[in-house]
Design a protein around this ligand. Structure first.
Ligand code: ATP
Length: 234
C-alpha cells in the first residue's frame, strides 16, 4: 500500500533521513520507534509532501507521491495526525471535525462520518459544542484523530499520539487505534512510547539518526535486547 525506498530528507543542513526504506501493507499497523530527533516526524511529513528537500521514492497504492503538492495527498486516502495535535482551539469539537471533511465538501455522508467518529470517541459526542482549546490533552488527541478520520483515509499517519498523556488515556488511545485498524484503516504509528507502539502494531522499524537500524514483527522487536534496553527500559 505504502512503499518508501531510499528516502533521504534535509532541512537545508545535513540529512535527517538517510536512505530510509519501509512499507505498510493494506490492513497493517506499522510502528516506527526512535528517540528524539531520530527523524520520525520528518518521515511522516515527507509522506504528506511537507518536506520540499526530500529525495527518493514514495508510492501510495502505486501513485508516486514525491513532488506532489501536500494539499493533494489527503484526497489519495492518507490522513495525517500531526505531532502536538494542532486542533483549532477557538472552534468547537464539531467544527474541528468538519474541517477534516474540508477536501470532501461534496460528500453526502458527512453526518455518517461524524457519527462514526463519535462511536469511536463517545467523549467527543458529549463535548461536541466545547471549544477544542479547552479540552484535555487526551480529548484534543481524539479531536485530531477524529478530524483525520473525517477524510475516510485508507492510511492514517499518527505522530506521537501518546505524547504527554496520562497512562489511562494512553490505554484509551491504544484501544482506539486497534479499533480504527479493525475497521480496515492501515496505520503508520510513530512513537517514543515503544510499549504502546509494539502492543498495537503488527510490525515495526527502529529509526536511529535518520537510518532504519532494525525491522521486524512487534514480537521480534520487543524481544530484541537493544530495543529492550533503549526503548522498553528493561
Ligand atoms: P521528536 O520526537 O523530538 O519530534 P523526531 O524523531 O520526530 O523527534 P524530527 O522532528 O523528524 O525527529 O527531527 C529530526 C531532525 O531534524 C532533528 O535534528 C531536528 O532538529 C531537525 N529538524 C526538524 N524539523 C526541522 C526544521 N523545520 N528545520 C530545521 N531542522 C529541523
Amino acid at each position: 500500500m505504502l512503499e518508501i525506498r531510499d528516502l533521504s530528507a534535509a532541512y537545508g543542513g545535513p540529512d535527517v533521513l538517510s536512505s530510509v526504506s519501509l512499507e505498510v501493507k493494506a490492513g497493517e499497523t506499522v510502528a516506527v520507534l526512535g528517540a528524539n530527533t531520530a527523524g520520525k516526524t520528518t518521515l511522516l511529513r515527507a509522506i504528506s509532501g511537507l518536506i520540499p528537500r526530500a529525495r527518493g521514492h514514495i508510492a501510495f497504492e502505486g501513485t508516486a507521491l514525491m513532488g506532489r503538492p501536500a494539499h493533494t495527498i489527503p484526497a489519495l486516502g492518507i490522513g495525517h495526525v500531526p505531532e502536538g495535535r494542532h486542533v483549532f482551539p477557538r472552534m468547537t469539537t464539531l467544527d474541528n471535525l468538519m474541517m477534516g471533511a474540508f477536501f470532501h465538501r461534496g460528500a453526502r455522508d458527512i453526518t455518517q462520518r461524524i457519527e462514526r467518529v463519535f462511536a469511536l470517541f463517545p467523549r467527543l459526542k458529549e463535548r461536541q459544542g466545547q471549544m477544542a482549546g479547552s479540552m484535555s490533552g487526551g480529548e484534543q488527541q481524539m479531536v485530531s484523530i477524529g478530524r483525520a478520520l473525517m477524510g475516510q483515509p485508507k492510511l492514517l499517519l499518527l505522530d506521537e499520539p501518546s505524547h504527554g498523556l496520562a497512562p489511562i488515556v494512553v490505554d484509551e488511545l491504544h484501544a482506539a487505534i486497534g479499533a480504527i485498524n479493525r475497521q480496515g484503516v492501515s496505520v503508520l504509528l510513530v512513537e517514543q512510547n515503544a510499549m504502546l507502539a509494539l502492543s498495537v502494531a503488527h510490525r515495526g522499524y527502529v529509526l536511529e539518526a535518520g537510518h532504519v537500524v532494525l525491522a521486524g514483527t512487534s514480537r521480534q522487536l520487543a524481544a530484541d535486547p537493544g530495543v529492550k534496553r533503549a526503548y522498553l527500559g528493561v
